[in-house]
Design a protein around this ligand. Structure first.
Ligand SMILES: *Cc1c(COP(=O)(O)O)cnc(C)c1O
Length: 359
């Protein structure tokens, strides 16, 4: 039986996508083999990669002066690749610290450049985002990096920082494709696939042309944006199954009505869940009201010793993986694009029942 899977990543995928992959598993496009067994240089696979890129461009309205790269090494690899590609050894780079993933990106950048942390939400225990007006990029900074959605803390920016001439770099691993965005505001967007795109093993980079071609000497070619762009992301063997699955997810998103429709659905799911938490007098959200994520919803109960019971009983009811991150405890419901409204409704019903029994 399929459950509602609230895992933060790898995460639930759209059922129609999984069904199509299953149906095509043994005989993909009449080839007599699975897509995993086909050459990445074959006409048929190159067409899959090109269609995936085109569908992503359509969904996000990516301007033609941006490259789309399908890379490996996860978002974590990009923590390293970004300073190597965008900043010289003497450069200053700006970072905003809103939680666990920001911190990891900052730690890595410090190995390669002078890092200015221009905002740090430590004072709120990372339950807030900085006020838009308080963000001032350092003049001449090579880029400004931020994490639009902190997957562990459940903190999401309700705005895009104004970076002026400084290229804005965003780790959208856990909220890419969750609502429309204006890509032209960004110099570079990256996202590990395993939250809102497909299986792990693939990381997406959307980068403006003028930021390519300046990688430091010694940058590994597989993380050099120019080298990868010149080879259509196939300088080496790409994660073919991941690209195929991402393509199926992009096509699914288009069939669902694109990012406007998906964004409305995500807003509704999140609003329902936060309303249930806030009105319960039992569950609590640790995140400031204006910074609450549509994708990752952490919540707590008055007696932490009941958290294990909550998660175990939820799992029995077909609601899987509601444990909070091991670093913060509590519960967390990740409700990415592929989580249907019915899953959120089932969770809210379960939360009501649990409160009646234990509250
Ligand atoms: C999951 C995640 C990462 C790490 O991704 P990997 O693919 O494991 O490297 C980085 N940033 C954010 C915001 C994430 O959600």
């Amino acid at each position: 039986m399929r459950v509602f899977n609230f895992a933060a990543g790898p995460a639930t995928l759209p059922l129609p996508v999984l069904e199509q992959a299953r149906d095509e598993m043994l005989d993909w496009q009449g080839s007599g083999m699975s897509v995993m067994e086909v050459s990445h240089r074959s006409k048929a696979f190159v067409a899959v990669a090109q269609q995936a890129e085109q569908d992503l461009r359509d969904l996000l309205s990516i301007p033609s002066n941006y490259k789309v790269l399908f890379l490996q090494g996860g978002a974590t690899g990009q923590f390293t690749a970004i300073p190597l590609n965008l900043a010289g050894a003497e450069a200053t780079v700006d970072y905003v610290n809103t939680g666990a993933w920001s911190k990891k990106a900052i730690g890595e950048a410090k190995r390669f450049c002078k890092v200015n942390v221009i905002a740090d939400e430590a004072a709120s225990n990372y339950s807030t985002v900085p006020a838009a007006a308080s963000l001032r990029p350092t003049p001449g900074a090579a880029y400004l990096h931020y994490t639009p959605n902190e997957t562990i803390g459940g903190v999401e920016f309700p705005y895009v920082p104004a970076a002026g001439d400084v290229p804005l770099v965003a780790d959208m691993s856990s909220n890419i494709l969750s609502r429309p965005i204006d890509v032209s505001r960004f110099g570079l967007i990256y996202a590990g696939a395993q939250k809102n795109i497909g299986p792990s093993g693939l990381v997406l980079v959307i980068v403006r042309d003028d930021l390519i071609g300046k990688a430091r000497a010694g940058t590994p070619p597989i993380w050099d944006y120019e080298a990868m762009a010149n080879e259509g992301s196939m300088l080496n063997t790409p994660p073919t199954f991941g690209i195929y699955m991402a393509g199926l997810v992009f096509a699914w998103l288009k069939r669902e009505g694109g990012l406007v429709a998906i964004g409305e659905r995500n807003r509704r799911k999140a609003e329902m869940l936060y309303a249930a938490i806030d009105s319960s007098g039992y569950y609590k959200s640790p995140v400031a009201a204006n910074s609450r994520s549509w994708m990752n919803v952490p919540f707590t109960i008055p007696k932490p010793e009941l958290e294990k019971t909550f998660c175990a009983e939820a799992a029995k009811a077909g609601l899987a993986n509601l444990e909070g991150h091991r670093s913060v405890g509590g519960m967390r419901a990740s409700i990415y694009n592929a989580m249907p409204l019915a899953g959120v409704e089932a969770l809210i019903r379960f939360m009501g029942e649990f409160q009646r029994r234990h509250g």
